[in-house]
Design a protein around this ligand. Structure first.
Ligand SMILES: C[S@@+](CC[C@H](N)C(=O)[O-])C[C@H]1O[C@@H](n2cnc3c(N)ncnc32)[C@H](O)[C@@H]1O
Length: 243
C-alpha cells in the first residue's frame, strides 16, 4: 500500500532518512549499476540546450547533481526535503571537483523556496513518484523554469513484454524487498519502492500530467526494456509554437 497526502510526505521523508547512509550502495547493488547509466543519459539529455543554472529536484544523495556538474559548466541547485539524504551526499562529495558547482538546499519540491523563472533546466531522477501531489510539484518545476527552459525527468515504469515483465515483477515484489531489507535493515522501505512503482502512472498518463501542468513539446522514451522512462518537456516562451 502506498500512503497518500501528508501521511505519504512523512512516510517518504522518514524512509529516505532511515536508508540515507546506505542509499548509494543499495542503488548500485540492486540495479547492477545501471542506475549510473540512466543518470548519465538524463544529464546528457539536459546538456543539449542548457545555458544557465540547473535545478536538480529530489536530489537525494546528489548522484545526478554531480553528473550534471561534471557534464555542464553550470551551477546546480540540488533540492531535497530529506536533510539526511542531502547530508550524506554532501559528505561523500566533499572536496571533489564537481561539488564546487553544487549548492545543496533542504526544501520541499511542492513549495519551492525559490524565485520564478531562474533556471534554464530542471531535472528529477526517481523523485516525482515520491511526491505526495505530483501536479503541484510539476507546477513548481514550471514556475522556476525560464521561458524556453527544459525539464528532464527520469522515473521507473513497468516493462511491457510478457516474458520480461514476469521476470521483472518477480524481482520487484519478491527479491527486492528481501535484498533491500537485508542490506538496509528496512524492509518497509523496499516494499514501498515496489508498490510505488507498481501503482505509478503509465508513461502516457504521466505525459498527460505534464501537459496539464503547462509543459509543451513533451516527449518520453523507455530505457532498458521500459524499466525506466525518460520524459522531457519545455516551458513555453513568447511566440513559441508546439512541435
Ligand atoms: C529515490 S530518491 C532519488 C534521489 C536522487 N535523485 C537519485 O537519483 O538517486 C527520491 C528523493 O526524493 C525526495 N523527495 C520526495 N518528496 C520530496 C519533496 N516533496 N520535496 C523534496 N524532495 C522530495 C526524497 O527525500 C528522496 O531523497
Amino acid at each position: 500500500m502506498v500512503p497518500t497526502g501528508n501521511e505519504k510526505r512523512r512516510f517518504v521523508r522518514d524512509k529516505f532518512a532511515s536508508v540515507a547512509s546506505r542509499y548509494d550502495l543499495l542503488n548500485s547493488l540492486l540495479s547492477l549499476k545501471i542506475d549510473s547509466y540512466w543518470r548519465l543519459i538524463t544529464a546528457k539529455e539536459l546538456k543539449k540546450r542548457i545555458k544557465g543554472p540547473i535545478l536538480d529536484l529530489c536530489a537525494g544523495t546528489l548522484p545526478l547533481s554531480s553528473e550534471l556538474a561534471k557534464r555542464t559548466k553550470e551551477m546546480v541547485i540540488a533540492v531535497d526535503f530529506c536533510y539526511e539524504m542531502i547530508r550524506c551526499g554532501s559528505l561523500r562529495l566533499k572536496g571533489a571537483r564537481p561539488a564546487r558547482r553544487i549548492a545543496p538546499v533542504c526544501g520541499d519540491g511542492e513549495g519551492l523556496p525559490l524565485k520564478d523563472a531562474i533556471f534554464s533546466g530542471v531535472t528529477v531522477a526517481f523523485g516525482v513518484r515520491n511526491l505526495s501531489q505530483i501536479d503541484k510539484g510539476l507546477k513548481e518545476m514550471l514556475r522556476v523554469l525560464k521561458p524556453g527552459g527544459k525539464l528532464v525527468m527520469l522515473e521507473f515504469s513497468r516493462p511491457q513484454g510478457l516474458f520480461f515483465s514476469r521476470i521483472y515483477n518477480f524481482y520487484l515484489h519478491r527479491l527486492l524487498p528481501v535484498l533491500g531489507s537485508l542490506i538496509s535493515g528496512d524492509k518497509e522501505a523496499y516494499r514501498y519502492l515496489a508498490d510505488s512503482i507498481q501503482t505509478f502512472y503509465a508513461p502516457r498518463d504521466m505525459a498527460d500530467l505534464m501537459t496539464r501542468a503547462g509543459f509543451i513539446n513533451i516527449n518520453y522514451r523507455p530505457l532498458t526494456f521500459g524499466i525506466v522512462t525518460l520524459y522531457t518537456g519545455i516551458k513555453r516562451s513568447c511566440n513559441q509554437k508546439t512541435d
